[in-house]
Write a protein that binds this ligand. Structure first.
Ligand code: HEM
Length: 508
């Protein structure tokens, strides 16, 4: 009874949020004219001040259903640099390969700060690496890159971890004996264990309640952070502090921190500076060293440690897991492409386990993985950037501190760069001799100063997980469902998820 009552109240609050939103949008309509824009020379979407969510949904939906419409409706109508109102805030949007490349690569220092939405500022307080900026970000990013490399990112050590994890994942898939099931959890557990082994120095059992708890909370945050009420709070924090979703997010985030602290605490108790087991140990050793030398003005403090661990866990799990799920769904949807991948794996490897060094001899498999990343474009608007200074860009003055969205999807689906931007077409990455070829407009990991910190690890994971799974299983739709009926319309969360689906993994 109480649950029903709470649920009813919750639904009402979400509806009230929608109504307030409509009211605010309409009332702002009258005041937000061109005269109010601080960048009068940038074309602006002045129809009405859109909420981030509406804009994101439009981008996400258009990105999958009609790239042509996306480019037509955005860059052709407003130019490749235009601005949009999210509530009272005006943000700049960059569209198309050439524009995004120029901003992120040529002017990387000017466009390389991060804009953290209010709800994320509240959770992270500027710590960690995903949502931080300035000197703290610089130091944490440098430390993370060096240490992730030392603990095997892109090297033999993580290759072995991934291959071992593939075996655990295969055991789970085998248990279903070729019957259709939703593989999301198993894939997320496997991918998450790779980042856990690097960060903590050990993997978790898939049934471990603490491990499942962390993953469940990350998934919940992925969904709630994009809700209408959270967006209202991001836009008008002092007005919407009372909303239920804000409280839920902060509670989940507090629970995440508590759990992460408890993992770190265990590691601290058994720390041996001579044999660091993972990223956390190295951080603790550096912290102790600085403390012992009397250095108190340092970024190596507890808050940065806990947020670094959370950032790596969140950024390293959701993204790679989602891409892997897209890859299996696309294999079931396009069986001829799956045939060709499996044929190549068989002829090059025979029956032996795939290794990283095989990638150069597997051009088609490599092209398919690249095409999955391009086609699914799971982070369509990158993460919000911010200008670090006044910058003149393509004839427009953009003031210091302006939020900037580089539309990665407009690069990955740019009609002037890709032969078939709207189709799943692995030949995008093959030359006329069937050799793998790199493409400049391939930017799923973004570019410049804020480029994905885990790109090397993600590429390794995708290659090894995907190839190993296709060596062992044939992926098909559930019995009675024709391939062409497999839906490819994404579920829009913080990332673009494949729609909920079941597949059969038939052992080869
Ligand atoms: C298919 C997998 C992945 C994709 C498509 C992806 C994509 C991205 C994108 C688009 C960004 C935002 C860049 C920007 O703001 O311009 C990003 C940032 C980031 N990614 Fe990834 N990522 C993936 C896997 C990973 C993994 C495995 C890790 C963990 C090691 C990771 C850690 C991070 C971090 C820490 C950032 C923030 C970097 C910063 O702000 O300095 N990512 N990623």
């Amino acid at each position: 009874m109480t649950t029903l009552l709470l649920f009813t109240i919750y639904v009402r609050v979400e509806w009230i949020s929608y109504c307030i939103l409509a009211f605010l949008q309409l009332s702002l309509l009258s005041v937000c004219t061109r005269n109010f824009l601080f960048l009068p020379d940038i074309q602006s979407v002045t129809v009405f001040p859109v909420l981030f969510l509406l804009f994101y949904l439009t981008i996400a939906t258009l990105s999958m259903s009609s790239t042509h419409a996306l480019v037509e409706c955005l860059s052709k109508k407003f130019g490749s640099v235009f601005s949009v109102h999210f509530g009272m805030k005006k943000v700049v949007v960059l569209c198309g390969y050439r524009t995004v490349k120029e901003a992120l690569l040529t002017l990387d220092e000017a466009f390389g700060e991060r804009e953290a939405p209010t709800i994320l500022q509240e959770q992270t307080k500027g710590h960690g690496v995903l949502w931080s900026g300035g000197d703290s970000w610089k130091e944490m990013r440098r430390f993370a890159l060096t240490n992730l490399r030392d603990f095997g990112m892109g090297k033999k050590a993580s290759e072995e971890k991934i291959i071992e994890e593939c075996q655990h994942l295969s055991v789970v898939l085998q248990q279903f004996k070729g019957e259709a099931f939703d593989m999301s959890n198993a894939i997320t557990f496997a991918v998450s264990n790779i980042i856990c082994s690097i960060v903590y120095g050990s993997r978790f059992n898939y049934n471990d309640p603490e491990f499942r708890g962390q993953i469940g909370r990350a998934d919940a945050l992925n969904h709630i952070q994009l809700s209408v009420s959270t967006q209202l709070y991001n836009l008008y924090p002092s007005l919407f502090k009372w909303l239920l979703n804000r409280r839920r997010i902060l509670n989940i985030s507090a629970e995440n921190k508590k759990q992460t602290w408890s993992f770190i605490h265990h590691l601290k108790e058994s720390l041996n500076p001579e044999t660091c087991r993972g990223f956390v140990d190295t951080f603790l050793v550096r912290q102790k060293h600085l403390e012992d030398s009397g250095n108190t003005d340092t970024h190596f403090h507890d808050d940065n440690l806990v947020h670094m661990v959370l950032d790596l866990f969140i950024a390293g799990t959701e993204t790679t897991g989602t891409t892997l799920r897209w890859s299996l769904l696309l294999m079931a949807r396009y069986p001829l492409i799956q045939d060709r991948v499996q044929g190549e794996l068989r002829s090059v490897l025979g029956g032996r386990q795939v290794q990283m060094e095989d990638r150069k001899n597997l051009p088609y498999t490599n092209a398919v993985i690249h095409e999955v990343l391009r086609f699914s474009s799971i982070i369509p608007m990158a993460l919000p950037h911010k200008t670090s200074r006044d910058v003149t860009f393509r004839g427009h003055l953009i003031k210091k501190g302006t939020t900037v969205y580089p539309l990665l999807v407009s690069v990955l689906h740019d009609e002037s760069e890709w032969e078939k931007p709207r189709s799943f077409h692995p030949d995008h990455f093959l030359d006329t001799d069937g050799k793998f070829t790199k493409r400049d407009a391939f930017m799923p990991f973004s570019a410049g100063r804020r480029i994905c910190l885990g790109e090397t690890l993600a590429r390794m994971e995708l290659f090894l997980f995907f190839s190993s799974l296709l060596q062992r299983f044939r992926f098909t739709p559930p019995p009675g469902v024709p391939e062409e009926e497999l839906d490819l319309t994404p579920n829009v969360c913080f990332t673009l998820l494949p729609p909920t689906h079941k597949l059969c993994a038939v052992a080869l």
